[in-house]
Design a protein around this ligand. Structure first.
Ligand code: SF4
Length: 414
């Protein structure tokens, strides 16, 4: 597609606001790292961030850094450095690109934010294996390298019904982190502070949910590709007033768009689901390509993963255990299929896209026949796009575009 023919992605006015709060977040971390206070915790994206915040840590998320490496298309510069120390090209490319960048002493943060020379190094690493085992291996590498403790929660996987036994175990593990975290932070755990932060996370998550659900409108006001950018505050700033205020602003803008019938895709004809990880380095290309096909990708498992309905400040430990266990990635095939069926009905979708991310089997749900089963059950077509979250050597743009075009023609013929 030549430059002049590229369809325009409609600008979201709140983007400037988001950039400012994300910049403030990284500068605050950088300042704390340089001053040695407050202490810094690295946390997995669906780890116990609220507990860490309540103990006075600033929280940094290596997966967010991984996504930056992907979206700046620098990940493939760094993956070989991690391969060279024994981390396979077949495992999580967030892990390999992040560790590779660390080995090469480079980060997109220093290009984006003047004065930041490196990532803010941790005083403690805290993971939850609810999403995958890779995060434990990832944090264990840093633990050995930087000689800081790695603490974790091991979550059951492939769960259908969540039982009280599951939750009791997770709750116990969350509580079990507190003595070590108190010692590292130098602060005493305060249940009221924990409740307050969990309440802010709940407010953030409810607003984020409302943002996503604006896409029930026809035409849909925001694309999946924009949502992956605008979920940044829900990932790294949940538990703060700043994130709550941001989503109020974004929500208002999207509601205005709905009132004006101003869709993200001009002349929207088809509405699709994106199952799996984003292809970070190709968000813009894919957004433009779908706009050119008058097809809106408007609902996804990925963006829904930061909706934590169960947070309850009245019962903080148990509700946190539930919220971080009931997410999609933890669940069995039956749950996942029912979940996607609900999404198809809620958003009035015409088809399903499955991203088979080469290095993330945990978020690639196409591999055991799910697209075929859902397609038959729901009477809508499904397409698998082969690619990866960060390793663009696994993605052929030409092949993906050919397949997507054929898929949209299939929708037309129906
Ligand atoms: S869920 Fe996938 S992308 Fe995320 S950390 Fe695990 S392997 Fe990497």
């Amino acid at each position: 597609m030549s430059e002049e023919k590229k369809p325009a992605i409609k600008k979201i006015q709140a983007t400037g606001h988001m950039r400012k709060i994300m910049a403030d977040y990284f500068y605050e971390l950088d300042k704390a790292y340089k001053a040695g206070s407050p202490k810094i915790a690295w946390c997995t994206s669906v780890g116990p961030a609220e507990l860490l915040l309540s103990l006075g840590f600033l929280v940094y998320y290596p997966e967010n850094h991984g996504a930056m490496l992907g979206s700046t298309r620098t990940a493939t510069d760094y993956i070989p450095a991690a391969n060279a120390i024994g981390y396979s090209p077949d495992i999580c490319s967030y892990l390999t690109s992040d560790i590779g960048a660390f080995i090469k002493k480079e980060t997109p943060l220093s290009r984006a934010y003047e004065g930041i020379e490196g990532v803010p190094l941790p005083d403690v690493l805290v993971y939850n294996t609810n999403q995958c085992r890779d995060v434990q291996d990832w944090f264990s590498w840093y633990s050995r390298e930087l000689k800081v403790p790695a603490l974790g929660i091991s979550t059951y996987r492939n769960i259908g019904t969540i039982t009280t036994d599951h939750l009791a175990s997770i709750e116990k593990q969350i509580k079990g982190l507190i003595p070590a975290l108190e010692e590292i932070s130098g602060n005493t755990f305060d249940i009221d502070k924990f409740r307050h932060i969990l309440g802010l996370s709940y407010d953030c998550t409810q607003l984020w949910k409302k943002v996503l659900e604006t896409n029930k409108a026809i035409p849909a006001p925001i694309s999946f590709f924009d949502e992956t950018i605008h979920m940044g505050p829900a990932v790294v700033l949940r538990g703060t007033d700043v994130a709550v205020e941001y989503y109020k602003v974004l929500l208002q803008e999207l509601e205005e768009r709905i009132a004006q019938k101003d869709g993200a895709v001009e002349g929207e004809q088809y509405r699709l689901y994106w199952e799996g990880m984003p292809i970070w380095g190709k968000l813009r290309n894919l957004a433009e390509f779908f706009i050119s096909l008058k097809t809106a990708v408007i609902a996804s498992t990925y963006c829904n993963s930061w909706i934590f309905d169960s947070f309850d400040p009245k019962d903080p430990f148990m509700s946190m255990a539930r919220a971080y266990t009931e997410i999609f990635i933890v669940r069995d095939e039956n749950f996942k299929e029912q979940y996607i069926e609900n999404m198809v009905n809620m958003y009035k979708l015409n088809g399903l896209l499955f991203h088979d991310a080469k290095t993330c089997p945990n978020n690639s749900n196409n591999r055991y026949g799910m697209p075929e089963r859902l397609s038959e059950r729901l009477g809508i077509p499904a397409l698998t796009i082969n690619g990866d979250l960060n390793d663009l050597r696994c993605y052929s743009e030409e092949q993906a575009q050919t397949n997507i075009e054929a898929f949209v023609e299939q929708l037309e013929s129906r």
